[in-house]
Design a protein around this ligand. Structure first.
Ligand code: MN
Length: 486
């Protein structure tokens, strides 16, 4: 029955798009079918897959929403309508440079109005992913525009939803169009490092395998390679010093349960020397987007530095597919009751979605909603700031130049002498605006001053400044890993 519904959708969409071509010369239907395939890979529910097949029909063909409702039901029609509206409003904002600064508010309002169902966003993300994969067919101008928007809006969105695999693919493709030279450079650098590390990695893997096997632990192990774009961002943070980046390659150990994660951590530490201060327990304290894993950096017997990431299968699946994975795990019925806001089975750190849905429900009932009061952890309270080289840093709205400096690196933050905003010398009290290009001026002889507390907005910069001024009050205690059983 299910298969037949999807097949019917394909038939209807194929007929509706008949004669239409993509810029690449392909028949248009290639695109919705690719979007369908992506949604299937993400293991989305059937209504979402069908809406993916039909997502461009109402906008671009003579098919109507009513016809879709009659054939496939309310839920599919609702999803297609949401994607259509999302597209329309964005198209209305022609110039991306004037559109972006307002994006967060406009897009948010739209999401609230149409995206009561987070699946609309997931279809939009699949749509964008395929458009990025086929970006080469467009003009250079359009390529840059779409790539830039993907880096600023869609990849962060994927990250908020903890869709790690999507975030990596999107940002790497987009970055290759935004800054092709840099992309090539870093890609080669990564390949080269990986080639030279191959032997060492194989040896480390064999050692760890032997140890875990001898303890009777069931596990999977593989290497993970850092993506180009995240390396690019990290290099900006570490003054372009690649030797300061310890997680260029990491080994992933995937086990059955949480207890075994800690056991493996202990075993790895009995084999290699852990680097102090580099043990991160995201299982006990998950990242904001729900990401869970234990990270530890160790020094091997041959003095090689390598990061291990230890997690359960569920955590792994969730890190790769994020919100989409939770649809899969919670099975069909969930989506309907979830869509209508009857349940809140989402991870607590994704409660902003629930908040968004409730606001949308109120709007639909004609009630007034104060959007500014919503603490939507999306882009609502974020601004995007550029370095002169074009790197993007997102900061909370209200951030000041010192917040930006400390975000780049505490070494930069600690030596600030002044700031240029959009090329003009400015005061350190100046509130940054979305899209500002900010250049921090530093001097080795300049040191952090207590008076800077008044020129700081973010807790992150405040803590760094405190540390630099020698106050120990906010230092997080180091965690000690459990001792391995022998
Ligand atoms: Mn499309």
């Amino acid at each position: 029955m299910g298969k037949r519904r999807v097949e019917k959708a394909i038939k209807i969409a194929t007929k509706a798009h008949e004669g239409q071509k993509r810029k690449s010369g392909d028949d248009y239907i290639v695109h919705p079918l690719a979007v369908m395939k992506i949604l299937e890979d993400w293991k989305m529910d059937e209504d979402t897959v069908i809406a993916g097949v039909l997502h461009d029909t109402v906008e671009d063909t003579s098919l109507t929403l009513d016809e879709i409702k009659n054939e496939f039901g309310e839920s599919v029609a609702f999803l297609v309508d949401g994607v259509t509206k999302l597209g329309k409003v964005r198209e209305g904002m022609k110039d991306i440079d004037t559109y972006l600064p307002q994006t967060k508010d406009n897009l948010l309002r739209l999401l609230v109005a149409t995206g009561a169902d987070i699946r609309v966003l997931i279809i939009k993300l699949a749509d964008r992913l395929h458009n990025l994969r086929t970006l080469s067919a467009l003009t250079a101008d359009k390529q840059k525009k779409i790539a830039k928007e993907s880096l600023e809006v869609f990849a962060p969105l994927a990250d908020r939803l903890n869709m790690g695999r999507l975030r990596v693919e999107m940002s790497d493709i987009a970055f290759s169009y935004v800054n092709p030279k840099r992309y090539e450079e870093l890609k080669n650098l990564i390949d080269e490092r990986n080639r030279s590390a191959e032997k060492t990695l194989a040896k480390i893997e064999a050692e760890v395998r032997e140890l875990l096997d001898s303890e009777g632990i069931k596990f999977e192990m593989n290497g993970r390679i850092k993506s180009v774009y995240s390396l690019h961002r990290k290099l900006a943070k570490y003054n372009q010093n690649i030797d300061a980046i310890y997680d260029l390659t990491a080994m992933r150990v995937i086990v059955d349960d949480i207890t075994t994660c800690y056991l493996v951590l202990g075993l790895i530490h009995s084999l290699y020397t852990p680097v102090s201060g580099r043990i991160k327990d995201y299982i006990a304290v998950p990242k904001q987007n729900g990401y869970q894993s234990i990270h530890t950096t160790v020094i091997t017997k041959e003095k090689k530095i390598i990061e291990f990431q230890i997690r359960t299968k569920e955590m792994h699946e969730y890190a790769e597919h994020g919100l989409a994975a939770s649809f899969y795990y919670n099975e069909q019925k969930l989506t309907e009751s979830y869509r209508t806001g009857k349940i809140q089975h989402l991870p607590t750190n994704l409660l902003w979605i629930t908040e968004l849905q409730q606001a949308a429900a109120q709007l639909r009932e004609g009630k007034k909603v104060n959007l500014d009061k919503l603490k939507l952890n999306l882009f609502a309270d974020k601004i995007f700031i550029y370095t002169p080289k074009g790197d993007i840093v997102d900061l909370p709205n209200g951030a000041l130049p010192l917040d930006f400096a400390y975000r780049l690196h505490s070494e930069i933050g600690g030596h600030v002498t002044g700031v240029k905003i959009n090329g003009k010398m400015s005061n350190l009290n100046t509130k940054l605006k979305n899209g500002d290009i900010v250049e921090i001026l530093t001097s080795k002889t300049q040191t952090a001053k207590p008076s800077w507390f008044e020129k700081i907005f973010t807790p992150h910069a405040r803590n760094k400044l405190k540390q630099q001024l020698g106050s120990k009050s906010d230092v997080i205690p180091k965690m000690t890993p459990p001792k391995p059983k022998k």
